[in-house]
Design a binder for this molecule. Structure first.
Ligand SMILES: C[S@@+](CC[C@H](N)C(=O)[O-])C[C@H]1O[C@@H](n2cnc3c(N)ncnc32)[C@H](O)[C@@H]1O
Length: 286
């Protein structure tokens, strides 16, 4: 497997995913009781956008670089503050850093909360250990595992805390990844029915995305939210034209929050200045 998230860190798909992650964690923080985040495909944790990989693709230029300092409507700016302030804090010393899901979860969770981060790629895991595991805030509450993320769903759920989030964000490099996502969701929900589960998926092949959505809807889980953003007009089967999230048991506030956020961010990140965002319930309950 050749996937390295450093080539894609901070792109429009990351911005949408991380904006949703930050809102979910902010919601979980409303209660004092501890929660757990299981990040099944964690990546390297934290990225340097001035580094060779990010510079080679320039993907962040169309994503976080377009929105971080843009004037935004007040409602969107305030919803994005936990996410954007995390980036600003990381950049306080002048480096152009960008938080992956582990760095964001580390920054936004509290001392009582636990993070379980799975990463099978040896070098990515070594970076994760160095960038996240060695952070003083991680002491005693962050575990980094070499375990296969799909297996971790069955091995580590439900969490002892009985509250929390499962983030499933695979690289989509192998055949059958959409189907594995559905199976992963089923397994996570069976073991942890009250937990929030968030799946990320690419929008390239519309037929594959439609089939995936239908498969998810057929699971008939109680509350399933779909959030999608198109950021390119031209569709080809090998280039990302958008990305999506399926969120089961989202905080009741999340659908409206994501509408506000994406209405503000999509026009800024879309290649032709237009773009489209969709937030809708695949199964009722919201
Ligand atoms: C899309 S990246 C993760 C990005 C990260 N969640 C974020 O938002 O910052 C996917 C990662 O999954 C890792 N990976 C691939 N297959 C895996 C598996 N079966 N279990 C755990 N990690 C895996 C890859 O090495 C890669 O670093």
């Amino acid at each position: 497997m050749n996937y390295r998230h450093a080539f894609h860190a901070g792109n429009p798909a990351d911005v949408m995913k991380h904006a949703a992650l930050a809102r979910i964690l902010t919601y979980l923080n409303r209660k004092d009781s501890a929660y757990r985040v299981l990040d099944t495909h964690a990546g390297a944790g934290l990225y340097d956008l001035a580094g060779a990989s990010a510079q080679r693709t320039g993907e962040a230029l169309a994503g976080i670089a377009k929105v971080l300092d843009a004037p935004l409507p007040e409602a969107a700016a305030s919803l994005l503050a936990p996410y954007f302030d995390t980036i600003r804090t990381l950049r306080a010393e002048g480096r152009e850093l960008y938080p992956g899901s582990p760095a964001l979860a580390l920054a936004l969770s509290r001392p009582q909360d636990k993070l379980l981060l799975c990463e099978t790629h040896k070098e990515e895991r070594a970076k994760l250990e160095k960038r996240i595991g060695a952070d003083p805030r991680a002491k005693g509450r962050v575990k980094i595992l070499p375990q296969d993320g799909w297996q971790a769903i069955t091995a580590h759920l439900p969490p002892r805390e009985r509250r929390g989030l499962v983030l499933v964000d695979p690289p989509f490099e192998e055949e059958g990844e959409f189907h594995r996502l559905v199976e992963g969701l089923k397994a996570a929900h069976t073991r942890f029915a009250t937990g929030i589960v968030m799946l990320w998926y690419p929008i390239k092949d519309l037929r594959a995305v439609d089939a995936f959505r239908r498969e998810v809807a057929q699971l008939k889980l109680p509350k399933t939210l779909r959030v999608e953003m198109d950021f390119a007009e031209v569709r080809t089967l090998d280039a990302l034209s958008g990305s999506g999230l399926i969120i089961v048991n989202p905080p009741f506030t999340l659908a409206d929050e994501m509408r506000t956020i994406l209405n503000a961010l999509t026009p800024l990140m879309a290649r032709d200045g237009k773009g489209r965002a969709r937030v809708s319930w695949l199964t009722a309950g919201g």
